[in-house]
Write a protein that binds this ligand. Structure first.
Ligand SMILES: [Zn+2]
Length: 183
C-alpha cells in the first residue's frame, strides 16, 4: 500500500475590488446573469458569465424544472451554449455568483461535479485551461485556473481506451517520491 496526497491551489481575494479589472468586470457581469435564473423551486439563483478570447461574454443562469432532473446548472447552460455556437472562440474565464432572497450567502458558490466534468471536457477540446472566478457578492472571490484544481480525479477519455496506461492524474502535483505513475 502506498499513500498519496494531492494538493490543489486557489487564490482568495477578500473582495471583488482586489481583482484585476478584467476579472472584476467579469464577476460583475455574472451578477447581471442572475436576472434570468429560473429557480422557483430552490429559490437559489446562480449566474455565470464567460469571457471568450474574442471578448464576447456569454451569460447563463440556472434553469430549473418541475421535473427536477430536467433542470440544468448555470455553468453547463453556458458551456453547452458555447459548444453549440462558439466552439472556435476559446473560453478564457468564467465567473459564477449566486443569490438567495431567503438567506445571506457568505461564501463563494462552488460548481457541482457534473459541471466541472463538462468544464474539463471543453478545456481539452480547446487545448487551454479556463480561469474560474467564484464570486460571493459582498464577500470573497476564489480563483483558480485549470479544472483539475477543483476536480483532481477527473474522468478522462484515456480510461475508455487504454485503462492501464497514461494516468488521469498525471498533471497533478503528487506528494511523495516523484508520484506514483501506476495510479
Ligand atoms: Zn453544476
Amino acid at each position: 500500500m502506498t499513500s498519496h496526497e494531492i494538493k490543489i491551489h486557489f487564490q482568495q481575494y477578500a473582495s471583488v475590488e482586489e481583482l484585476n479589472e478584467p476579472d472584476k468586470a467579469l464577476c460583475l457581469e455574472s451578477v447581471k446573469a442572475l436576472q434570468n435564473s429560473h429557480s422557483p423551486y430552490s429559490k437559489f439563483k446562480v449566474g455565470a458569465a464567460m469571457r471568450l478570447q474574442s471578448g464576447r461574454i456569454i451569460y447563463a443562469s440556472n434553469q430549473e424544472n418541475v421535473a427536477y432532473p430536467s433542470g440544468l446548472c448555470a455553468e453547463r447552460v453556458a458551456l453547452f451554449y458555447w459548444g453549440a455556437n462558439h466552439p472556435g472562440d476559446p473560453i478564457e474565464s468564467m465567473a459564477v455568483t449566486a443569490h438567495s432572497d431567503e438567506f445571506k450567502i457568505i461564501k463563494p458558490v462552488t460548481s457541482c461535479g457534473a459541471c466541472l466534468q463538462v468544464l474539463a471536457e471543453y478545456e481539452r477540446k480547446q487545448g487551454r485551461a479556463i480561469k474560474m472566478l467564484l464570486y460571493c457578492q459582498g464577500g470573497p472571490v476564489w480563483a483558480a485556473t485549470g479544472i483539475e484544481s477543483f476536480l483532481p480525479f477527473l474522468f478522462f477519455e484515456d480510461r475508455l481506451t487504454q485503462p492501464n496506461q497514461t494516468p488521469a492524474i498525471r498533471h497533478l502535483n503528487l506528494v511523495g517520491e516523484g508520484g506514483n505513475k501506476n495510479l
